[in-house]
Design a protein around this ligand. Structure first.
Ligand code: PEP
Ligand code: MN
Length: 334
């Protein structure tokens, strides 16, 4: 249930209301927006008399909500969430371009790509150190050394960095990582999500291969319920009957998620399509339908990449992409 208060509610009456609700065993989520103050009630609200609440001077409206996600629910947070990543913002009109290699392969490879994506307009560097590969015989990532190289590239370029965690035992390596990624395969690793609810860094949560939007938001809820409210959602394609593309990019997820939740939503057209030539058109479409950012795989030598070469853009192609996305953004759906 949510209680929407009238503008500038009287402090004493508000405190009284909150104390009364708490005395009924409810947890209260207070959200003070630019124009609205909203109380989100978490717990069993079946015995609450809505008419009694409506009769109060400070109450404007009361709504029962059905969705099982509360922290991630747009109804509790009418304003878009803006996440400030050490000065780099995403959400609420701040568009974030994330780029870098699928996997960190060497210092030379990563630094070359990092400087080139920065020059092309990227605001954050990606790079996998722990790689979730379908085959145990495929390159598994440079792991700890990969994180060290990523932090070096961060220091050299000044770009904030995002990389994937696969197991909570790796968390101590992520101290200087700005955003922690949970990959599609781990979207429902609930124990991992619970632990990430306790960290200070924002979490980039990728949609599972066969997960519904409701399930994605419930996974965000796990993180948020633990106290970490800074979650970025990522549509990265889902598994369908179509095999011409690696996955099927569900772009309707962008406006849908943004109506369901206040969290920023980004799109990964690289993993969604698996084909570098489809990355530009789908990136433009994602920007047009209101995404808050993009995450793009870029490699300085895609043909010899240790992972995901066929979907990786060259730095030059990425530069073209950032220019063209920039032209679309002023007309994007909001
Ligand atoms: C990645 O971003 O490197 C990755 C493995 O993506 P996903 O989890 O979406 O497959
Ligand atoms: Mn990849």
């Amino acid at each position: 249930m949510i209680i929407i208060l009238k503008e500038s509610p009287d402090k004493k009456q508000l405190d009284n209301l909150i104390n009364w609700l708490k005395s009924m065993g409810l947890e209260i989520h207070l959200s003070v927006g630019a124009t609205r103050t909203i109380l989100g009630l978490i717990g069993d609200t079946t015995s609450i008399d809505i008419d009694l609440l409506l009769a109060l001077d400070i109450v404007d409206d009361v709504k029962r909500i059905q969705e099982p996600y509360k922290n991630a629910n747009r109804k509790f947070h009418p304003d878009d969430l803006v996440i400030d990543i050490n000065g780099t913002k995403i959400g609420g009109g701040n568009f974030l371009m994330i780029a870098g290699p699928c996997s960190i392969e060497s210092a030379e490879q990563l630094n070359d790509i990092a400087f080139r994506v920065k020059k092309a307009g990227a605001g954050m560097l990606r790079g996998g150190a722990f790689k979730p590969r379908t085959s145990p015989y495929a390159f598994q990532g440079l792991r700890e050394q990969g994180i060290e190289l990523l932090i070096e590239a961060k220091k050299k370029t000044g770009l904030p960095v995002v990389t994937e965690i696969m197991d909570i035992s790796q968390l101590h390596l992520f101290e200087e990582v700005d955003v922690i990624q949970v990959g599609a395969r781990n979207m429902q690793n609930f124990e991992l999500l619970k632990e990430l609810g306790k960290v200070r860094q924002p979490i980039l949560l990728k949609r599972g291969l066969s997960s519904t939007l409701n399930e994605l938001l419930m996974s965000a809820e796990y993180i948020m319920a633990g106290g970490n409210e800074n979650v970025i959602l990522c549509e990265r394609g889902i598994r369908t009957f179509e095999t011409a593309t690696r996955n099927t990019l569900d772009l309707s997820a962008v406006p849908m998620l943004k109506s369901m939740s206040h969290l920023p939503v980004i799109v990964d057209p690289s993993h969604a399509t698996g084909l570098s030539r489809l990355v530009l058109p789908m990136a433009l479409a994602a920007a047009a339908c209101g995404a808050d950012g993009l995450i793009i795989e870029v490699h300085n030598d895609p043909e010899h990449a240790l992972c995901d070469g066929p979907q990786s853009l060259t730095p030059d192609a990425f530069e073209t992409l950032t220019k063209r996305v920039g032209q679309i953004l002023p007309y994007a759906y909001r």
